[in-house]
Design a protein around this ligand. Structure first.
Ligand code: OSB
Ligand code: MG
Length: 370
């Protein structure tokens, strides 16, 4: 499709509740909304880089720079045929996966609108709804955590993920497990441990957890192998899996038994599908991670999670768990069976609430062919 222009919106949205992880506490969430114009259509994509480099080295600032100065010039006025063509064009840009993935998402939205096909169908998904869970940030105390989890369980979430860090791990997880003996429970350390300090996680084996997510360094694969040998609970990698190649390394090295797929982290939906295919062929369960997305990124996550290898519940919660007012008119709600419906409209299947978008916009930039 011939790309006529790219518009960037740097946005900041207040979260309904602060979200605290081992890398920090957030009251607002930032991202960049990317709009591609082609053939009279608007394609929307969400770049999930945040204001600070706590989860990933990219930030809204670095992504803005890479989008404006390196990715846009490779697309503006040019016929970008599909995701593979896009990946080929940006292959000379090292890293910056979150920036690339936001543009690839917008391209899929454009192609779906042109072909009147949903993203789910284009990616090869079949399910009408996907199983989801909720990711619960660090709370003041184990008691406060149990209360927060209780609210989510009452709202219908059948799978809960707890954020942990050294000193706030076994105690928190044990309290929740005691209060909810049957819930599907998992924990996420966001790389807060070393191989030595992770010895403290051994009692997690007694809590019947689905998985322990990314305990060690964000770029580690080998020490996770050593730790997995010492744990019965499956290790799931998030941060460390930045490409299909890294997924293969982790599987070959037996560094994890489960993989969290985030299209952003792996440079695009096409790369997420590749990891899904690889894992499916090797019987490695995958699930869809989340980055506190707006309705745009949430629609994309739901479409990806509809692929058959996504056999564990995703970190894709209802819109009201994140934002009072979203930038999409569509809001996603939780069904009684802890699922969320996959959008079926063309492309992402969402429409933008321009008034909300403008109210959240910190900076806007329109890029045209020179
Ligand atoms: O590690 O999965 C993570 C949010 C921001 C950055 C990293 C992570 C998360 C979450 C929230 O856990 C998942 C969500 O509900 O979007
Ligand atoms: Mg994670």
């Amino acid at each position: 499709m011939k790309i006529d222009s790219m518009i960037l919106h740097h946005i900041r949205m207040p979260l309904v509740a602060p979200f605290e992880t081992s890398f920090g506490r957030e009251l607002d969430r930032e991202c960049i909304l990317i709009i591609l114009h082609a053939e009279g259509l608007n394609g929307y994509g969400e770049c999930v880089a945040d204001q600070s480099p706590g989860y990933n080295y990219e930030t809204t600032g670095t992504a803005w720079h890479i989008l404006k100065d390196f990715i846009a010039p490779l697309m503006l006025g040019q016929d970008v045929k599909d995701a593979a063509d896009f990946q080929n064009r940006v292959s000379g840009i090292r890293g910056h996966h979150l920036a690339k993935a936001g543009v690839e998402m917008a391209l899929w939205d454009l192609m779906g609108k042109r072909d009147k096909k949903s993203l789910r169908d284009m990616l090869g998904g079949a399910q009408d709804k996907v199983e989801v869970g909720v990711s619960v940030g660090l709370q003041e105390s184990p008691e406060a955590l149990v209360r927060t989890v209780s609210d989510y369980v009452k709202a219908g979430y059948a799978r809960v993920k707890l954020k942990i860090k050294p000193g706030r791990d076994i105690g928190d997880a044990t309290a929740v497990r005691k209060a909810f003996p049957n819930i599907r429970l998992q924990v996420d350390a966001n790389s807060a441990y070393t191989l030595e300090t992770a010895q403290a996680l051994k009692p997690m084996d007694e809590l019947n957890l689905l998985l322990i997510e990314q305990p060690l360094f964000e770029d580690d694969i080998w020490d996770h192998h050593k730790l997995q040998e010492q744990l019965r609970t499956p290790i799931c990698l998030d941060e460390s899996i930045v490409s299909p190649r890294h997924a293969r390394y982790a599987i070959e090295m037996k560094s994890c038994r489960i993989i969290n797929i985030k299209a952003g982290r792996v440079a695009g939906l096409s790369q997420g599908v590749e990891i899904h295919d690889l894992c499916r062929a090797q019987n490695i369960p995958v699930w869809c991670g989340g980055m506190l997305e707006t309705g745009v990124g949430r629609a994309s996550n739901l479409a990806l999670a509809a692929l058959p290898g996504f056999v564990l519940p995703g970190d894709i919660s209802a819109s009201d768990r994140y934002y009072k007012r979203d930038i999409t008119h569509e809001r996603f709600s939780l069904n009684a069976d802890s699922t969320i419906d996959v959008p079926r409209g063309a492309g992402l299947g969402v429409t933008i609430d321009e008034e909300a978008l403008n109210s959240y916009t910190l900076a806007r930039l329109e890029l045209k062919p020179t």
